[in-house]
Design a protein around this ligand. Structure first.
Ligand code: ACM
Ligand code: ZN
Length: 739
């Protein structure tokens, strides 16, 4: 046999093995998120090998290098890059045909090779992301993965986004996430085709952007606390440039948020002359919304704004500049002679209209630099704004009608659905988080309506927000073992994922193609992808499919998990289940339903909170919301203070009652002075219980809250001791009185 023919036979055998392998072992299941517009699966698969090459049109070198790096890291190969080589295995090219929309792409995967054609660089990048979702999840690993069949099912896809703005806001001001974390966040956004990162760089508790003309902003304003308790940080202009370049390759535009007139105490601490009063303050070490505003009347503070924006525009190439603008309390402007002089000069009716006055100055300045101003919805609600701007609507999305009727544009980020610093549930053990709104489950988030509310309005997109006021170190995060290292960063991921995947589909995929059960089915295969990206996420709890009473008085539970391929582990003795608890293989019987707990286990590092049955407090409805309970163990024979948290039960200013209701025991609970704290600040104290239901031994105190602040922890401290023993247990409820 000639050398040639044996080589030919070997080659044929290899081809046979490869194609046979494709049909026999490779996964042909496709679970793309976000769901593409059109997809047609064909037979066979594409197999990546060490000899595969990537070619690209000259302008697409960054995208080709990106793909090469992702593939090289996980496969351990060194795939070759070739400019303009049509014969390569994977080819990236621009296609200006009108049928491809901006950021759209055509992806063709066949056993012979892959082509990605995009309208623009963004489209190419998204074709690459879709291709990566077709490969096994190990493709995302930054370490070599051995013995993997690097195959992708053959498919033909046409895809493009439904809306041009698919954003996330990351609050790096309340908690400083370093450059590497921001880059990881960008990478995760890009994986799911989000394209705008609003960096919330400034807030009362920190200024995070180096401004050369005002060095004290970062020398002073970026730091809170002293000595070993000093916290904070900032990005140098070089670091900002690095993050911008990193985002640009990934089609993520970083939009700086230069917040004013409120949430700017960190700058006022650095330069007290910026405020109306000129008083010296400190950078707060806890969540705090300052009443001090940038003075709208002094020429020096307007010049400061111009200077800061000038440097910001030089640094950030983004076509949008965000100017914040939320939650200003205008009392300082009402009593400031400089601000009052401008109100008079401009013929304004009230102090709040000074915000519109400032917005007009800045929007005009930005227009002169070819940039568009974006800001929270308040920028459109405080007097007429003449230059077209974009409002980010976080309260009532229907208000977009008002904004867009006058020629402005809108982005939807309703706190009810898009604020990922709210927990997903009230399940015990859920990480404590923002409480001024109900939890936002994955399903609720996915169900957010995106429409234009009126024919003339222009909603350009959707945005998620991740606020960090709960993440300032030392606050009330709970312990979840696998999140405890670098806890703020890990919790940020835990809160963001998987809701960011829901956001991705809401923003990218047309309403008519969205379906929650279908999304959940596709979601399961993304958890291993997040694992290979080293990204934390919240695992959905098991579902109870059936709960039956049996003739012998037990209860029989039938469960399922929304995560395909995950396991369920359970307990029947009331204890908290772990990955070592019994494995669910079929219906489980228990005597008392409150003894049953079960978790979804995706892998030993990622498992859900337990499903459980909450006690029924409906008999105590008239006493308000369940707040806490006491047990014999905490009761002493002499008066001692007992402190517990009541964040979320205090929901605004108003009159409240708090009731202590004994439920068990021969002895009774004697109560003394009761104090209400907002974080460490004593708000009110009361000695006399005002109502006492003597028969049921219920003790009730009344108190008033005048200084409510959203997102701030509240505590009750009450003096308590046992009377005639300490065997009592009971429940505590808080009721907000109707005004
Ligand atoms: C906001 O939540 N203050 C925009
Ligand atoms: Zn002023």
């Amino acid at each position: 046999m000639s050398k040639h023919s044996s080589l030919l036979r070997m080659a044929l055998a290899l081809i046979f093995v490869a194609s046979d392998y494709c049909s026999a072992f490779a996964s042909t299941e496709i679970n793309l998120i976000p769901k593409p517009i059109r997809m047609e699966q064909t037979s066979g698969c594409f197999q990546l090998t060490a000899k595969s090459t990537i070619s690209y049109d000259a302008t697409l070198r960054d995208q080709a290098e990106y793909l090469q790096q992702v593939l090289n890291q996980s496969t351990g190969w060194e795939l070759a890059l070739k400019e303009d080589a049509r014969k390569a295995t994977i080819h990236l090219s621009l296609n200006s045909e009108a049928r491809i929309q901006p950021e759209g792409y055509l992806l063709s995967v066949t056993p012979k090779g892959v082509t990605i054609e995009g309208k623009d660089k963004g489209g190419i990048f998204y074709g690459i992301q879709t291709l990566l979702q077709l490969f096994p999840p190990e493709i995302y690993s930054d370490k070599r993965q051995r013995n993997i069949a690097w195959t992708a099912p053959a498919v033909s896809i046409y895809d493009a986004p439904n809306r041009p703005w698919r954003g996330m806001m990351l609050d790096v001001a309340r908690y400083f996430y370093d450059k590497e974390f921001v880059k990881k966040y960008i990478d995760m956004m890009a994986m799911y085709k989000l394209n705008k990162l609003q960096l919330h760089l400034i807030d009362d508790s920190g200024w995070r952007l180096e401004i050369k003309k005002y060095p004290r902003l970062t020398e002073v304003g970026a730091w809170a606390g002293t000595d070993q308790h000093r916290l904070g940080g900032f990005y140098t202009q070089e670091e900002i440039k690095e993050m911008i370049a990193y985002g640009a390759v990934r089609n993520v535009e970083i939009i700086p948020e230069i917040e004013f007139p409120a949430h700017i105490l960190s700058a006022i601490v650095a330069y007290p002359w910026l405020s109306c009063t000129g008083l010296q303050h400190e950078v707060p070490t806890q969540h705090f919304i300052s009443k001090d505003l940038l003075c709208a009347g002094k020429e020096s503070s307007i010049q400061f704004l111009r200077d800061v924006l000038e440097e910001t525009v030089e640094l950030f190439p983004s076509s949008y500049i965000n100017i914040g603008g939320d939650e200003a309390n205008y009392t300082r402007w009402e009593s400031c002679p400089y601000c009052q002089a401008v109100i008079k000069r401009e013929g304004l009716k009230e102090a709040s209209e000074l915000q519109g006055y400032l917005t007009n100055i800045v929007a005009e300045m930005m227009k002169g630099k070819n940039r568009t101003v974006v800001g929270w919805e308040e920028i459109l609600m405080r007097g007429e704004v003449r230059t077209p701007v974009v409002g980010v609507f976080w309260h009532n999305v229907a208000d977009t009608i008002l904004a867009t009727r006058t020629g402005h544009k809108a982005i939807l980020t309703p706190a009810t659905h898009m604020y990922f610093d709210f927990p997903e549930s009230q399940t015990p053990g859920e990480v404590k988080a923002a409480t001024w709104m109900p939890p936002i489950s994955l399903e609720k988030c996915y169900g957010m309506e995106v429409n234009d509310y009126s024919p003339e309005s222009t909603v350009i997109g959707v945005q998620g927000c991740f606020w960090s006021d709960q993440f300032i170190h030392g606050t009330i995060l709970q312990e979840i073992d696998y999140l405890n290292e670098n806890r703020s960063e890990n919790y940020a991921e835990y809160f963001t994922f998987p809701r960011l995947l829901a956001l991705s589909e809401i923003a990218w995929t047309a309403r008519s193609a969205r379906n929650y059960p279908d999304f959940c089915q596709r979601l399961s295969s993304h958890f291993p992808r997040l694992d290979f990206k080293n990204c934390h996420y919240r695992v959905p709890e098991p579902r109870i499919e059936q709960m039956e009473s049996t003739p012998d008085g037990t209860l029989k539970f039938t469960l399922s998990t929304p995560v395909a391929g995950a396991q369920i582990h359970y307990t029947t003795d009331g204890s908290y289940p772990s990955v070592h608890s019994p494995l669910y293989t079929g219906p489980v019987e228990v005597i008392d339903k409150s003894d049953f707990h079960a978790i979804t286990v995706v892998n030993p590092r990622h498992y859900s909170l337990p499903i459980y049955f909450a006690p029924d407090y409906s008999a105590y409805k008239q006493y308000g919301i369940y707040t806490t309970e006491w047990k014999p163990l905490i009761i002493q024979p002499h008066m001692v203070p007992w402190k517990f948290e009541c964040t979320g039960k205090i929901s605004g200013n108003g009159n409240y009652t708090i009731s202590f209701i004994p439920t068990k025991g021969e002895s009774s609970l004697k109560l003394g002075k009761l104090k209400l704290y907002k974080r460490d600040e004593l708000l009110t104290e009361t000695t006399q219980p005002t109502v006492s239901d003597t028969q049921a031994a219920i003790t009730t105190y009344s108190f008033t809250v005048n200084d409510f602040e959203a997102g701030t922890p509240f505590y009750i401290e009450v003096e308590a001791c046992g009377k005639d023993g300490n065997d009592t247990s009971g429940l505590v409820f808080i009721l907000k009185k109707e005004q």
